[in-house]
Design a protein around this ligand. Structure first.
Ligand code: BG6
Length: 497
């Protein structure tokens, strides 16, 4: 008989649980994706009653989207709340009495700081909660460098096999990120073009309009390189760059991503200021709102050199990507919230329209992750009229039909569903995390040696001018991400890039 499953959220009344996990689970409930006997247990240290926590969750759900009382009742019935200290074997033994692991598959979500992972793992083991099909879910920050990651990893690996550990990078749960694999490997169009003979450069941008919000202490320790590049951006780079896997199993996909990470060319000290640019937001305006700079936010007594923006020229030393730079940039308080991967193709070898194509960008494939998800192919079209009229840049929208939207979940929901299904494909392996820290640690060390400076950029802009200079040195530009909100369909209006 198939087992039922139970999700134990450790930190079950915390911010992550209330803001992300319960809402994601609720959306799975609404979509009928939660199985009959599925139960959720929130474990919290502080004595909060089940009613109190349910009220918090309900409050969150009511204000954010589709809410129906009947679905809520069904969902709430699945939730139990327990007071307990998950790092103590006694507390977990009490919990263990309530679950029959012969009949129920247990997943423990660690919505807690990594500093207590080790004691929680040991307590789970001592309480008899670790059997071969027990799963554990963890998410960033997983360390601040390779050494600290390895320490966290060791504490998990002592108790759990790698096949039991699900490391979340929420970017891998985004629809368009997953669609990237379909686009590349379910279609014939791009396969033969996907290499340095046809691709000129790749640009990956994650721009946010928010500042550091209330996370200054965390950011002082972390910076944009570790907060955004080591995980999200490097995962996106991997999915663009990986070789075709033999099949879509977790082992194959993760193995191919690992090869990409290991092929990243280290950024040496001599190149550090040319290939990386750090920035920190100064005062400026986001839309109509005037906003203070990072330094003003933390106060004059602290002199901070932390980066809230980073741009990197990454290079992959392998056959496919030789001489194809991957430009990465991410920052807070930029002019708009957008995340996009742009594949810039080379121009045709021989141009029979030289006077009509001056200054045009040529072919681009744009995979948009945010604010709305979608894919566009940009190409050149004959301009209207007769004679030598300039060509126009037009875009072909490859977006899924709207009808797909009703089946789309947020990143957490999708990833939770994969955990419950026991599929690790969308989760990051320990080897990948180690390889990405190797690359990042060297950049950080070189920043320290070179005493690299975070250049100020006005809030509401796309980062410091030094990042533009970095591109200009390569005779390139950052491709403009602004677009019409009312996007055209197939053969829509022209868009200049
Ligand atoms: C998190 C970072 O991992 O990703 C945050 O810690 C950042 O600083 C967030 O704001 C961005 O996620 P998204 O999905 O809103 O782009």
């Amino acid at each position: 008989m198939a087992k039922t499953s139970e999700l134990l959220i450790i930190g079950g009344d915390g911010d992550l649980a209330i803001r992300k996990l319960y809402p994601a689970l609720f959306s799975l409930e609404q979509a009928g994706e939660l199985s009959e006997g599925f139960t959720i247990v929130g474990m919290a240290r502080k004595p909060k009653s089940r009613d109190e926590v349910l009220k918090l969750i309900k409050g969150r759900l009511e204000t954010s989207g589709r809410f129906y009382e009947e679905e809520w009742q069904r969902f709430a019935n699945r939730i139990d709340l327990r007071q307990g200290d998950a790092s103590s074997a006694e507390s977990l033994s009490e919990y263990a009495k309530t679950i029959d692991l012969e009949k129920t598959q247990l997943t423990a979500y660690f919505a807690i700081p990594p500093s207590i992972f080790e004691s929680v793992c040991n307590a789970m083991d001592a309480a008899g909660l670790v059997v071969p099909d027990t799963r554990v879910v963890v998410e960033k920050p997983l360390g601040t460098d390779k050494a600290s990651f390895c320490k966290i990893h060791d504490s998990l690996a002592k108790i759990f096999a790698e096949t039991q550990v699900y490391r979340i990078d929420h970017y891998l749960g985004k629809e368009s990120v997953q669609n990237l694999l379909a686009l590349r490997f379910a279609n014939i169009f791009f396969g033969s073009l996907w290499n340095g003979s046809y691709i000129e450069n790749v640009q990956i941008t994650i721009a946010e309009t928010v500042g550091v919000e209330d996370r200054h202490e965390f950011y002082e320790e972390t910076g944009a390189l570790r907060d955004m590049v080591q995980n999200h951006m490097m995962q996106l780079l991997c999915l663009v760059a990986l070789e075709p896997p033999a099949n879509k199993s977790a082992d194959m996909i993760r193995g191919e991503k690992l090869k990409v990470l290991k092929s990243l060319k280290p950024i040496e000290l001599a190149d550090i200021n040319a290939k990386t640019i750090r920035g920190q937001y100064a005062a400026g305006s986001i839309g109509d709102e005037l906003v203070p700079g990072y330094q003003q936010e933390i106060g004059p007594e602290k002199d901070s050199n932390v980066e809230t923006y980073v741009a990197i020229k990454a290079e992959i030393d392998n056959w496919r990507w030789a001489n194809v730079p991957f430009y990465l940039r991410t920052g807070k308080r930029m002019s708009s919230r957008c995340a996009e991967i742009i594949i810039q193709f080379r121009n045709p070898k021989h141009n029979i329209f030289p006077s009509q194509t001056i200054g045009l960008a040529g072919n681009q494939l744009r995979i948009r992750l945010q604010p709305d998800e979608g894919i566009e192919l940009h190409f050149l079209n004959k301009g209207p009229g007769v004679g030598e009229t300039p060509m126009e840049e037009v875009s072909l929208s490859l977006d899924a039909p709207d009808s797909f939207a009703q089946h789309s979940f947020d990143a957490y929901a999708r990833l939770l569903l994969e955990v419950l299904n026991g599929d690790q494909t969308l989760f990051v392996s320990a080897d990948e995390v180690i390889a990405s820290w190797d690359w990042i640690d060297q950049i950080r060390e070189n920043w320290q040696t070179a005493k690299s400076k975070a250049y100020p950029y006005a809030s509401g802009t796309m980062g410091p001018s030094q990042a533009v200079v970095m591109m200009a040195r390569d005779s390139r530009e950052w491709i403009d991400l602004s677009r019409q909100t009312n996007r055209p369909g197939i053969y829509g209006n022209s868009q200049s890039t």
